[in-house]
Structures are given as structure tokens and as C-alpha cells.
Write a protein that binds this ligand. Structure first.
Ligand SMILES: O=c1[nH]c(=O)c2ncn([C@@H]3O[C@H](COP(=O)(O)OP(=O)(O)OP(=O)(O)O)[C@@H](O)[C@H]3O)c2[nH]1
Ligand SMILES: [Mg+2]
Length: 204
């Protein structure tokens, strides 16, 4: 396989997938390269359901192998919110800075030891004529009291990794791509690659 489509318009995800697939010599295309593909409504109640919805709709449309990523942040003190609503937490128009401001406001006064959180990533792999495969990854951390760092995207500036003494946004792209929820899901996909991709993995 020389090329794979990631069913996303999120440029941050595209960057990370491109870096991670480059190691396999596979070029990443995204929905930014296929502007005619309509948006898929994320009506599922779990990351897995939404990843499947996105992968299957885009695979159906393009008739080629497609990976979709549904991901987000679950904060324990907020009963798992923002969860599947992470992208649009502060409103329909998707704004990382406003999402972070809302999250910090909701956690106002919550002490550090109770600010535990976890990033989730579900990847769905849809291939024409096959059943959809799912892999998942998570990454544990804490929600910092103020944003720090310029890297990554989304909530990375407030996702604090105690073992590194840094937020996810203070890591280099290589460091993030070695430990993130997305990296862990991709590691699992890598382990199952031949089984999931079958002939497609070897010949296309
Ligand atoms: O700090 C972060 N570091 C990450 O590594 C990360 N991964 C996901 N997220 C958050 O979760 C939403 C996903 O929602 P989501 O899976 O629906 O994606 P999206 O709507 O942005 O794009 P698409 O793939 O659906 O087109 C994103 O927008 C972010 O807010 C992250 N935040
Ligand atoms: Mg989305």
C-alpha cells in the first residue's frame, strides 16, 4: 500500500498520521484532499461508534480503504466530559482556545490531584467488502491550571504529563507521537496490519 485516506478534516490529526505513516512509507491523504466528500454527522455515543460512522461513510463514497479517528478528552471530575463532544465543547464552531477556557472554568477550584483525565482514540479501518476493524488507545494525565506550550492541537496545552513535567503541547512532535492515545492505537493497528489489510496491505 502506498497511500491511505484518513477520514478527517482536522489538520492536527493529519500532521500526526502523516508523520506516523511515513515510517511505513505510506502517504496520507485526508478529506482536505477530497473536498467533495460530505461531512459525516457524529451521532454515536462512543468514540468507537463515531469512528465507524466516519470510516464507513467515506469508504462507501471513495471505494477505497479509509481510516477514521474519533478521539477526545475524558475528565474524571466532570464525569467523563467533554468525551465525544470534545471538538465542539464550547460551541458548534470548533475553537480550541474557547474549549480550553470552558474546561478550565469548569475545573476552577478543583485541586491538582483530582484533575485526572485521559485522552481516548478510536480508529476504525473500513475496506470495501470487509467488516470494519477497530483499534483503540488511551493516554493518562492531569488537566493543568493554565495552558503551556505551542505544539500539538486541541487540549494539548492543558494536558499535563506528570512523568515528563510537561504538557502535551510542550513535547516535540516526535515525543507526542511516541506516547499519545493516537500513537497507541496506531501501534495496535500496526500489530494487526497484515490481518486487517490482507491483500490490500501488500499489493496496493
Ligand atoms: O489536545 C488534544 N490532543 C489530541 O491529540 C487530541 N485528539 C483529539 N482531541 C480533541 O478531541 C477532538 C476530536 O474530535 P473528533 O474526533 O470528532 O475530531 P474533529 O471533529 O476535530 O475532526 P474529524 O476527524 O471528526 O474530522 C479534537 O477536536 C480535540 O478537541 C485532542 N486534543
Ligand atoms: Mg469530528
Amino acid at each position: 500500500m502506498k497511500e491511505i485516506v484518513i477520514a478527517t478534516k482536522n489538520a492536527g490529526k493529519v500532521r500526526e498520521f502523516a508523520a506516523m505513516f511515513a515510517k511505513r512509507g505510506i502517504e496520507v491523504k485526508s478529506l482536505l484532499d477530497f473536498p467533495d466528500v460530505p461531512d459525516v454527522e457524529e451521532t454515536g455515543s462512543t468514540f468507537v461508534e463515531n469512528a465507524k460512522l466516519k470510516a464507513e461513510a467515506v469508504c462507501q463514497r471513495l471505494q477505497r480503504p479509509v481510516i477514521a479517528d474519533d478521539s477526545g478528552l475524558a475528565v474524571d471530575a466532570l464525569g467523563g466530559r467533554p468525551g465525544v463532544h470534545s471538538a465542539r465543547y464550547a460551541g458548534e464552531d470548533k475553537n480550541d482556545a474557547r474549549n480550553i477556557a470552558k474546561l478550565l472554568h469548569e475545573l476552577d477550584g478543583v485541586p491538582m490531584e483530582k484533575r485526572t483525565a485521559r485522552f481516548h482514540c478510536a480508529l476504525a479501518v473500513a475496506i470495501p467488502g470487509q467488516s470494519t476493524a477497530i483499534v483503540e488507545g488511551t493516554c493518562d494525565g492531569y488537566i493543568a491550571e493554565a495552558p503551556r506550550g505551542e505544539g500539538g492541537f486541541g487540549y494539548d496545552p492543558v494536558f499535563y504529563l506528570p512523568e515528563r513535567g510537561k504538557t502535551m503541547a510542550e513535547l516535540t512532535p516526535e515525543e507526542k507521537n511516541a506516547i499519545s492515545h493516537r500513537a497507541k492505537a496506531l501501534e495496535k493497528l500496526n500489530e494487526q496490519w497484515d490481518e486487517i489489510m490482507g491483500e490490500k496491505g501488500r499489493t496496493e
